[in-house]
Design a protein around this ligand. Structure first.
Ligand code: ASP
Length: 430
């Protein structure tokens, strides 16, 4: 890595900027969009696929190694409880930030009746599909989510990235089994997982060398496929409200937590995490970003592997501060546009349902929007209102995914500290 002159995050930023510029240039031509879809987008897809490709193997090896290194089930349950508790606390913080910002800015009052009717008309059909998809999720009994965590076949579970929680469940079981075995029996397996972990992180390094090109292709295709800029103007106040909320959470709240509870310089932390944040931004998927997040947090920020390998995969699946913050803002915004004044009880209901909804949100693009249906229904706002925000969901998804990933990394630092560990001095800044 030393031979590189430009830090990785700068290369990725250049890729993003050039991708946006090329996208803007190409859509000026009638053939531009098709050209991007045929010749540029596939490279972005290849990059995302490569990241997804190693997500499951990386979780398996690093989590088994992490738990086996704890050498004691007591430590595992302590760490588990603390992790879960901290995740809930940061999520509640996030929704509170969102609710405060949206109640102060009141973006719903900026929408004219005409825009409202137009948006509801043109995106109504999409919302119906969304509601149907969501309803099939919530049609099952209350304990179904718990049942879903336990796979009946590990190979079946590991064959889809959507089953990450199932894979984590199985992996924790393997880790616990290893801890309970006598050392001479567990050592050979632990060693294999140990090398496997190093191997996976090396593969992440390799993939990251093509990251600037990957994000370049992703951004060009996003621009080529994005809706007209008029919509962005109409929804400007709402978009800005979400961005303000995400900014406060990502930089101020996490910054304060890192400084006062983690004993870490927040600027230094952000710099080291930047490549993961940029990949999150370009892919809109915290699951696809997970390998990069793990590499940054372990190798650059210096969190103990035992902690990061436990905290991060779980965080990627259940901790979505950016998503929950956005769900809070979106729910109140839609209510504002419909002229519904939400009472304090309704806002508290948002706090509760958005916490649960973000836990249930899959770490893939657009999943947060799907779960917004639950939040809206819980406060008696018509889910058809999602049509109002659909058009600009993708750029906001990109930004909330950055917050999601930053939140996981922040909690990893906090748990490292809470469990009496020091950050390791790290090798490189890049
Ligand atoms: N795209 C988000 C993520 O992967 C989830 C969402 O809010 O849609 O973290």
């Amino acid at each position: 890595m030393k031979q590189r002159k430009l830090a990785l995050h700068w290369k990725i930023i250049i890729g993003i900027v050039l991708g946006v510029l090329l996208g803007i240039a190409l859509i000026q031509f009638a053939w531009g969009k098709q050209f991007v879809v045929d010749w540029i987008k596939p490279f972005g897809t290849i990059f995302v696929n490569m990241l997804k490709l190693i997500a499951i193997p990386l979780i398996i090896v690093s989590l088994v190694k992490g738990i086996a290194d704890l050498r004691d089930i007591n430590q595992l349950s302590k760490m588990g409880l603390r992790t879960f508790f901290t995740y809930i606390v940061t999520t509640v913080f996030a929704i509170s930030v969102g609710l405060i910002v949206v109640n102060v800015v009141k973006p719903g009052t900026f929408i004219s009746d005409q825009t409202r009717t137009e948006m509801l008309g043109s995106f109504g059909g999409d919302v119906e599909k969304l509601s149907e998809a969501q309803q099939s999720v919530s049609a099952s009994g209350p304990l179904q989510p718990l049942v879903d965590v336990v796979p009946e076949n590990i190979f079946g579970a590991a064959s889809s990235n959507g089953n990450m929680l199932q894979v984590i469940f199985f992996t924790i079981l393997v880790g616990i089994g290893l801890v309970m075995l006598p050392e001479e029996k567990s050592a050979p397996i632990t060693k294999i997982f140990d090398s496997g972990n190093e191997l996976m992180l090396k593969i992440v390094d390799i993939i990251m060398t093509i990251a600037p090109y990957g994000v370049f292709a992703l951004m060009t295709s996003l621009i080529a496929e994005s809706p007209s800029s008029d919509i962005f103007v109409a929804l400007g106040a709402y978009g800005l409200t979400v961005l303000i909320g995400l900014f406060i959470m990502t930089y101020l709240v996490y910054g304060a937590l890192l400084k006062f509870y983690g004993g870490v310089n927040p600027i230094d932390f952000q710099k080291k995490l930047a490549p993961a944040q940029l990949v999150a931004f370009s892919t809109s998927s915290s699951a696809a970003t997970l390998p990069v997040t793990m590499e940054r947090v372990e190798e650059h920020i210096g969190v103990d592997k035992e902690v990061s390998s436990f905290v991060l995969p779980i965080g990627a699946t259940i901790n979505m501060d950016g998503t929950s913050l956005y769900q809070g803002i979106a729910a109140v915004f839609i209510a504002q546009v419909f002229g519904q004044d939400l009472s304090l009880t309704q806002q508290l209901t948002i706090l509760l349902t958005a916490t649960l909804a973000s836990i249930g949100t899959a770490a893939v693009p657009g999943a947060g929007l799907l779960m917004l249906v639950i939040v809206l229904e819980s406060i008696g706002v018509n889910p058809a209102g999602i049509a109002l925000i659909l058009a600009i969901d993708r750029p906001l998804d990109m930004c909330r995914t950055v917050t999601n990933v930053t939140g996981d990394a922040t909690v990893a630092v906090l748990i490292n500290k809470m469990t009496g560990r020091q950050l390791k001095p790290t090798a490189t800044e890049d």
